[in-house]
Design a protein around this ligand. Structure first.
Ligand code: URP
Ligand code: ZN
Length: 466
């Protein structure tokens, strides 16, 4: 007798789909097939007409993050509830190293902060702000604690969190022979600083100048530079929030060389463009890199289909309306980021699958399987097969919804996709066999989520096809 049978749905993995039931016991998938009956389980969930996807993995969220004089509104609990509403069963957040202190100390502090809070599973990337001799030993300690990834910012020098090329090279060298992956926020700091100063001098302060001060050139140059270092050291490197055709071209060049380079984009870069900055409230959409042109969006969709971009994250940075408004009169004061942890699946289903830009299998690859593979969670996460965690999201491919603050679990007091109509949405989310969201009703609880140690069997050194 199984605990649960999810019956009659279409099971979609990254490699294909099949009509099958999913049998669950002790929080794990124990069978996928067509030979089960209702009598085989204590609980039966009818998935007729629905798609059954592996729970989404969001490798890039910023919950409860102090930044630019304010703090993101999603706590580990509220952010995780919004995640569950969006079919996300695992998120990876960050721990900022305090300069001069071990990165592990920051991880321990974030673990303490998160304790008993998330309703879905979670992990952390270690952010280095200060790369010191002996960093190899630090990386080994992080890896043995299940922190299989580190991140650096190539921008934000004035915030004191930027790491220069020497620091990046040191980290890549140190991680070359370790089972971990590096991540960069790739924008050229010097170029941006120069342009911001010019615009402020000329009193050009509207949100439009946020985008103009961070042009594709600044992104593409940093991508090319970091990719070359990854190639030189043969250490895997993942690029966060790729936004422009120029940056995609650099990633393709690097991958063509066989360098171990991987990259993601985010829904806002695929759905929105820079014209939004001309609105009175355009400052709300200030994030870095900024929104680009329609041609950039087309290039991103193509790169997702071709494999140059292998992953999509939300980069959830839920600054509330009041915090955003601190930059109403001067773009340099807007805290960068937008909420998005809840809307990735429905937006991509609607704009990607229904518009035939990607298949539903590719959506699973981009939002679940590949992030799980890239960050040491696979095959426990990102897959529906015997032995994997019973993290499932049931999707009604035809249900229509209007996105917006009303009815949303994202709590920033504004919504970047207010009024958008979508077709296709999650109707049930299950974490390790337990239903935590059903028909938009939250039925989980704080603390259900476990910290997940992330580990690789081998290294991501040889470029895997995503
Ligand atoms: O603008 C963004 N992306 N904000 C969040 C912090 C970061 O740069 O990832
Ligand atoms: Zn970033």
């Amino acid at each position: 007798m199984f605990d649960t049978l999810v019956r009659g749905g279409t099971v979609v993995n990254a490699f294909g789909q099949t009509r099958a039931d999913v049998a669950i016991e002790d929080g794990c998938v124990v069978g996928v097939g067509t030979h089960y009956s209702d009598d085989d389980a204590r609980e039966v969930i009818d998935a007729g007409g629905l798609l059954v996807l592996p729970g989404l993995v969001d490798p890039h969220v910023h919950f409860d993050m102090p930044f630019m004089g304010t703090v993101t509104r999603h706590s580990f609990f509220t952010g995780s509830v919004a995640a569950a509403a969006g079919g996300v069963t695992t998120f990876i957040d960050f721990a900022f190293q305090e300069k001069g202190r071990p990165a592990m100390e920051a991880i321990e502090a974030r673990m303490e902060e998160a304790k008993g809070q998330p309703t879905v599973d979670y992990g952390f990337h270690a952010i280095f702000t200060d790369v010191r001799p002996g960093v190899g030993q630090e990386l080994r300690q992080l890896v043995s604690a299940g922190i299989a990834s580190w991140k650096v910012f190539m921008a934000y020098r004035s915030l004191g969190i930027m790491v220069d090329d020497g620091g990046l090279l040191t980290l890549l060298n140190a991680s070359r022979d370790l089972p971990c992956v590096g991540i960069v926020h790739a924008e050229n700091a010097a170029l941006i600083e120069y342009m911001v100063a010019q615009f402020l001098d000329d009193d050009k302060r509207s949100a439009r100048y946020h985008a103009l001060s961070r042009p594709p050139l600044a992104e593409a140059e940093a991508v090319a530079r970091a990719a070359r270092l990854a190639g030189q050291t043969d250490a895997p490197l993942y690029f966060f929030h790729v936004s422009s055709a120029a940056a995609v071209a650099e990633i393709q060049k690097a991958q063509g060389q066989g360098w171990p380079v991987y990259a993601e984009t985010c829904p806002h870069y695929l759905m929105l463009d820079e014209t939004i900055y001309d609105q009175d409230d355009g400052y709300n959409w200030c994030m870095s890199p900024p929104l680009r042109t329609e041609a950039d969006r087309d290039a991103l969709w193509q790169a997702l289909a071709s494999g140059a971009l292998g992953s999509i994250s939300s980069d959830d940075g839920a600054f509330d309306a009041e915090s955003k408004a601190q930059g109403r009169d001067s773009f340099d004061l807007v805290p960068n980021g937008v909420p998005g942890v809840e809307t990735r699946l429905s937006l991509l289903f609607s704009e990607g699958v229904h518009k035939e830009r990607i298949t539903v299998e590719r959506l699973v690859a981009l939002c679940s399987t590949n992030p799980a593979r890239l960050f040491g969670l696979y095959p426990r996460k990102g897959l529906i097969a015997p032995g994997s965690d019973a993290d499932l999201v049931l999707v009604d491919p035809q249900v229509e919804r209007t996105l917006g603050l009303e009815g949303s679990y994202m709590k920033a007091g504004w919504h970047p996709f207010e009024g958008w109509r979508v077709r296709g949405a999650p109707v049930l989310t299950m974490l390790r066999g337990r239903v935590i969201m059903k028909e938009d009703e939250f039925c989980g609880e704080a603390g259900l989520g476990h910290f997940v140690e992330r580990r690789f069997d081998g290294r991501l050194r040889r470029r895997a096809v995503l």
